[in-house]
Design a binder for this molecule. Structure first.
Ligand SMILES: [Zn+2]
Length: 389
């Protein structure tokens, strides 16, 4: 297929106006001037913007059930930690996931992934963390694996997040963490996760709880991601740097010293502006993160509690509006840096690279963060195959 393009943003150098792309066998075979093979199909998008496919590097998309009532309560004044203490929050989603079959979870997740594709997303990280016992975490990861087999949804990167919340009935976080650690062997053996995540914060797990789980993950060859500093800096970012984590996510509370340590460790900072907006929080110290030289990733955090959206473009718009990122930063954060944080070779367009790309019904990359709440993706290709809209 030959795509005639109005403006091409490759996320690897300057944008190119009035160009063309040759896509063959799932890859970008040529950009710009090339001898067009006579039998190729030519698609005229000479009025449109083309970017790499968006990569959502932090989602909890494998949930089921509704938490709309809890959302209404919170909007009426109850805070997140109070709702969690009353058995709402993550535990409410846990009950729904435990009650669902793997088929039901797969169906709901696949539909959600298709909607994400319709908004320009070609790769998604999906966490477990709503099972919170061995059988249910395994079931959730199995559903993620089944959805990932489909070719009509974004590529899926699975992450095990056993340390998401303390399940009811458990009173000791250290003991629960030991259980989680013992589940890792089977998860790694069955290739059900590429990363292990831990929610380390004031009213979540401590670095002492998380360390043995994450160290075991590393021994098994799994990458590390961490929910860090969302409500307070309790040492999560420092641990992430020490363990060479692929990403630290949230970072509303982080010190300059830790930001530099993260940079030195090659860890990327994943910003989740929808969550901080929902919770009415102040933005992370973006200037400090920039100064430390950290690559800034932007992700949706898609989940039924704190980020009730499936839209990475909405997160990009909020990163610009609320966090002060430039459009270029937001786009790099939702493509190239996001892909790098997940160990993917997508997220940028170059000859020989995967044809994961979006044709936008928009003239310029600045327009990407303007039309809030609607999808302006005209054509979404994953490995050269249309998956949206
Ligand atoms: Zn999260």
């Amino acid at each position: 297929v030959i795509l005639r393009i109005g403006r091409l943003v490759t996320c690897d150098g300057d944008p190119i106006d009035g160009t063309a792309l040759l896509v063959r066998d799932g890859k970008v075979e040529a950009i710009g001037e090339f001898d067009a093979p006579p039998d190729e199909l030519v698609l005229d998008h000479s009025d449109a913007l083309v970017t790499p496919g968006l990569v959502d590097a932090h989602t909890h998309a494998a949930w089921i059930g509704s938490r709309a009532r809890e959302y209404a309560l919170r909007m009426a004044g109850a805070d997140y930690e109070t709702i969690a203490a009353q058995g709402g929050g993550i535990v409410a989603s846990m009950n729904s996931v435990r009650a669902a079959s793997v088929e039901e979870l797969t169906t709901v997740l696949s539909a959600r992934l298709k909607r994400m594709a319709s908004m320009g997303v070609t790769a998604v990280e999906v966490k477990s963390g709503y099972g919170l016992d061995e059988k249910s975490e395994y079931k959730q990861l199995e559903a993620i694996a089944r959805a990932a087999e489909r070719k009509d949804v974004p590529a899926v990167v699975p992450t095990f997040l056993g340390l998401h919340a303390l399940p009811p009935g458990q009173t000791d976080r250290r003991t629960y963490a030991r259980h989680c650690r013992s589940w890792l062997d089977a998860i790694a053996r069955d290739r059900l996760a590429r990363f292990v995540d831990a929610y380390v914060d004031r009213s979540a797990f401590s670095v002492y709880d998380a360390r043995p789980v994450l160290e075991r993950a590393r021994e098994l060859g799994l990458g590390i991601r961490m929910h860090a500093g969302q409500f307070a800096d309790v040492g999560a970012a420092r641990l992430a740097a020490e363990l060479g984590a692929a990403s630290v996510d949230h970072l509303e509370h982080v010190s300059a010293e830790d930001a530099h340590a993260l940079r030195a460790a090659g860890t990327r900072a994943v910003l989740l502006p929808v969550a901080s907006f929902t919770l009415g929080q102040s933005p992370p110290p973006v200037a400090l993160l920039r100064q430390a030289g950290l690559d800034l990733v932007v992700a949706s955090d898609s989940n039924p509690g704190t980020a009730p959206t499936e839209s990475l473009p909405l997160a990009m718009a909020m990163a610009v509006r609320n966090y002060g990122l430039s459009v270029t930063e937001a786009l790099l954060g939702a493509t190239r840096y996001a892909a790098q944080s997940l160990g993917l070779d997508s997220g940028w367009l170059r000859v020989g690279g995967p044809a994961d790309l979006v044709v936008w019904d928009l003239p310029h990359e600045n327009d990407l963060v303007q039309p809030w709440g609607v999808s302006r993706a005209r054509l979404v290709l994953r490995a050269g195959v249309p998956i949206g809209p």
